[in-house]
Design a protein around this ligand. Structure first.
Ligand code: PGA
Length: 316
């Protein structure tokens, strides 16, 4: 059972296990009198009704969706290095009950789609807000689908904070992508200063609301919780830090969308996930998979992360 800390013990840029600082007034949000009642509420609405059945005795998933692992290759690679990565992935032994996607740079999508095992789907790292046309430098959803893409990553922190994309713009992209049956990996997450100011939940819930306001249905959405301070920094969130946000996001979905959506929507963690830390993270019941940056550029390590689904299972 995760414990939400309401304390504001984080100082400076320390990101230790005891630092939480999620929200100063967290308890008020929920009209609960205590964290205990918050989790009783979560327990009764989600956990008891969402155990996953018929899949080799899965014991640690609060949600009912299949484990999902995405590799975000960002702006990395050349024809040669990508061909080597594809060949490493093709020869890796991957657990079958995991949805795996990789997001190569646009210019290599076709190469990867044509050479990668069908066990792994292709995602784009971005898309335009509507149908293609006179939009210099943009890539349309129709073009992505033409190449065989099944997913697009939207709301990634690098697009929010380096390229200046806001919730509204991201929401438009999500609306259009979903309307064309392209799945959306919807990223949310707080900056370090927001965490230190106790605003983690506020930020994540605002970003969730923007997606919720924009999308017609949650059937093809995976939520990626990626604390910005953990992305590309080597400072992974502790399993407890990740779990406490994941359970809060699931509860937000239950209260603001439906309990069914809360149960079936995969909430995956991203931010310095590696072959070394994935197993401990995967054990947390509300962590339904990962979005992986740096470590997804190494085939064997990415395979280890995919196969961390086994830590969610017991022997049949
Ligand atoms: P990282 O990136 O694994 O390199 O931290 C994660 C992401 O940006 O999705």
């Amino acid at each position: 059972m995760a414990v939400v800390s309401t304390s504001l013990t984080g100082t400076g840029s320390q990101l230790s296990g005891q630092f939480s600082g999620l929200r100063k007034s967290f308890l008020n949000l929920d009209n609960s009198n205590s964290t205990h009642s918050f989790f009783q509420n979560v327990d009764s609405h989600l956990r008891l009704s969402s155990s996953r059945k018929g899949c080799r005795g899965v014991v640690t998933m609060a949600g009912s969706g299949k484990f999902f692992v995405g590799g975000n290759w960002k702006c990395n690679g050349t024809k040669d290095s990508i061909s080597k990565l594809v060949s490493d992935l093709n020869s890796a032994s991957l657990e079958s009950d995991v949805d795996v996607v990789v997001a190569p740079p646009f210019v290599y999508l076709d190469q990867v789609k044509n050479t990668l095992t069908e066990q792994i789907e292709i995602a784009a790292q971005n898309c335009w807000t509507g149908k293609g046309g006179a939009f210099t430098g943009e890539i349309s959803v129709e073009q992505l689908k033409d190449l065989g893409c099944k997913w697009v990553i939207l709301g990634h922190s690098e697009r929010r904070h380096i390229l200046g994309e806001n919730n509204e713009f991201i929401g438009k992209k999500a609306t259009y992508a979903l309307s064309q049956n392209l799945g959306v990996i919807a990223c949310i997450g707080e900056l370090l200063e927001e965490r230190e100011a106790g605003k983690t939940f506020d930020i994540c819930f605002q970003q969730m609301k923007a997606f919720a306001d924009a999308v017609p249905s949650w059937d093809d959405i995976v939520i990626a919780y990626e604390p910005v301070w953990a992305i590309g920094t080597g400072k992974v969130a502790t399993p407890e830090q990740a779990q406490e946000v994941h359970v809060a996001v699931r509860d937000w979905l239950s209260k603001n969308v439906t309990a069914e959506v809360a149960s079936k929507t995969r909430i995956i963690y991203g931010g310095s996930v590696s072959g070394g830390n994935c197993a401990e993270l995967a054990k947390k019941e509300d962590i339904d998979g990962f979005l992986v940056g740096g470590a997804s550029l190494k085939g064997p390590e990415f395979a280890t992360i995919i196969n961390s689904v086994t830590t969610k299972k017991v022997a049949a």
